[in-house]
Each structure stands twice: as C-alpha cells, then as structure tokens.
Write a protein that binds this ligand. Structure first.
Ligand code: 5GP
Length: 193
C-alpha cells in the first residue's frame, strides 16, 4: 500500500549547480500526488523563465506588503533579493493530503521545520565534491566568475548549516538520486499518523 493521501512538505535544498531543478522536476513527474510550490521573488527573470511557472516575479513593494500580511510561510533575503513561499497554496495542498515540493535554501527550510515538525521532510542535495560543483557551475556558462564565486560562498554557508536536515543525498547519478528520494519519501509518509 502506498502512503499517498498523507500531506507532506518535501524541502529540497542544495547549492546552485548541484542539479536541484532537475531532481525536483523528476520527482514531480514520478509522484502522482506531488505538486510544486512556486515561490515569489524580487529578482529579475532569467532567460526562459516564465512568470507563475519558475517564480512569481513581483516588486519589492508587493513582496513587503505580503510579508506584512503574513502571506509567506517563510521567506529569506539573499543574493540581494527576496525569495518566499506563498502560505496559502502549501497549507491548502497539505490539507488535501498532497506532497508539496519546495525548492528553497537553508534558512527557509528551518522555518518550515519549525512550523511543520511532523509533516516535513528536509533533503539536502550535495555535489560529489566541491571541485565538481565548480565544474558544473562553469559548464552552465550563464554566470561570470564573480557570481560563481558568490554562489560558491553561499554553497559553503548552506552545507555548513545542513545538520538539521533529515538526509543529505549526494547527486552523483541522477537516476539513483531520484530513486533514493522516492524511497525516503515513501518511508517518511508511512510514519505520519
Ligand atoms: P535562484 O535565484 O538561483 O533561482 O535561487 C537562489 C536560491 O534561492 C536557491 O538556493 C533557491 O533554492 C532559493 N529559493 C528559491 N525560492 C525560495 C523561497 O521561496 N524561499 C527561500 N527561503 N529560498 C528560496
């Protein structure tokens, strides 16, 4: 018996370049009842990013208004921009017994854990090595060296604060990573009352 129907928040974190986005897409495709939480951000869209799909791209003013109204489950300010998870969508999906996937960073993950201690699963995706992460970031070719350096600095920060995560999964082989996560999710959901 699959443990579907038990609302759970699956938080996926990890440094830029680790392959989080691909992992998240594969999870959404393979879990019948999984839905992706689309975050709000004040950063500008990158090429190919669609409003309402990658993020809701909103102004600083609107973001701050939403903070004041308690509209975010969690939010954080990094890379000089706000990023936040709209509260309503997540709470609604949890109540419906769905698996809600959040791709957010460590500070936000901590706040999710505080609010949903029973129904959250925190997963850190790590690169096989720091050298490999540098290689993958350069391969993307979308960022200059200064930004790569800042992303690496942030990666070190995130990895150093990941001890409260439930699991750290090394993303060496994508297929294996996703299979591992599916097993972890299923086990965790069985344990939810
Ligand atoms: P990017 O600008 O590359 O899309 O995202 C930068 C970082 O922001 C990533 O680590 C991503 O996981 C994180 N992030 C995206 N959305 C949210 C959110 O809603 N809340 C928090 N706390 N972090 C987010």
């Amino acid at each position: 018996m699959l443990s579907e129907g038990k609302g759970i928040i699956i938080v996926i974190s990890g440094p830029s370049g680790v392959g989080k986005g691909t992992v998240v897409n594969m999870l959404i495709n393979r879990m019948r009842d999984a839905v992706l939480s689309v975050s709000c951000t004040t950063r500008a869209p990158r090429e190919g990013e669609k409003d309402g799909k990658s993020y809701f791209f909103i102004s600083r003013n609107t973001f701050e208004k939403m903070i004041a109204e308690g509209g975010f489950l969690e939010y954080s300010n990094h890379f000089e921009n706000y990023y936040g998870t709209p509260r309503f969508f997540v709470e609604q999906k949890i109540a419906e017994g769905k698996a809600v996937v959040l791709e957010i960073e460590v500070d936000g993950a901590r706040r999710v854990r505080e609010q949903f201690p029973e129904n959250s699963l925190l997963l850190m995706i790590a690169p096989p090595s720091r050298e490999e992460l540098v290689r993958r970031l350069r391969l993307r070719g979308t960022e200059d060296e200064e930004l790569i350096a800042r992303r690496l600095e942030r990666a070190d920060y995130e990895m150093s604060r990941s001890s409260f995560y439930d699991y750290t999964i090394i993303n060496d082989d994508l297929e294996e990573t996703v299979e591992n996560i599916l097993k972890i999710v299923e086990n965790r959901r069985r344990g939810i009352k």
